[in-house]
Write a protein that binds this ligand. Sequence first.
Ligand code: FE2
Length: 344
Amino acid sequence: MLRRVLLPGLAVLLLAPAGLHAQPNRGEVAVYSARHYDTDRQLYDAFTRATGIRVRLIEGDADQLVERIRTEGANSPADVLITVDAARLARAKDAGVTQPHGSAVIDQRVPAGLRDADGQWFAVSQRARVIMFDKQRGAPEGLARYEDLADPRFRGTICVRAANHPYNVSMVASILAADGAEATEAWARGVAQNLARPPQGGDRDQFRAIPSGQCQLAISNTYYLAAFGASQDPADRTLFERIGVIFPNQAAGDRGAHVNVSGAAMVRTSPNRENAVRFLEYLTTPEAQQILALGNMEYPVVDGVPLHPALVAMGSFRGEAIHATQSAQNAAEALRIMQRSGWR
Ligand code: FE2
């Protein structure tokens, strides 16, 4: 806009030489984030207090941010990309917008199952996708694995949001990785037949319909229910007390409950690499992990960080490894399988 009102002779002074990289700024790290939680701003403020490095935050939809980094190319000011969902992180890596962070500190703090095999990104927090039931009716028999949800004994009992939501796509991608395409398609057909109603609403709406009996089983992420346990509203806490949680696939030798993660990566064209590493390492400190875990009711990725009491009340579990390298391909196939199965 400015350039248009300048005289042609002056405008030429504003043109940058071709291929010029964004100038490093020692006092700053530019974070492109697809997470929109108040907690994250507390986290960035704490980082600035600890290091003196300011966080320049650009928020947006994950795919838009990746596209923006690609379009900005060598001139991109982006140092760090943060988003939710392993499949999206894998897509960012495939799109060539990330690079290995090269930090031994991160590799040592974050378990291998929560890191990209090539060191291009790592999880900063996790939530489990679990099965919920009505404690007043009692725990459903024969329901210990995601695979059991397709059993005809659960006809007309399951509530879950639309198939194409990334939470469901990632869950089915993990079943696909474990069981193969044929078994997963049969499973998805079984789940579609067991639905209590056509998919509607978000995760909260599924377990909210449990007390009325409309839904006997709900599939939801843990942090949505935990928020009811932490609510100031007594009605919310009553609902929390009533809902039981099954962490699936916990038997010895089984793969563990499906987790979806938030993760961070260093942008390939990062102009402030040193600050980017400091920021990424900061995300794995107990201080940062505690802000993430307590503020948004998520599970930390490092040991020794206290959980929110509402999460403690829901019980402990073992999470699966995130199949980092498989999730992007599996996500696309998982969605096709779900759409063929009648789960809309
Ligand atoms: Fe969510």
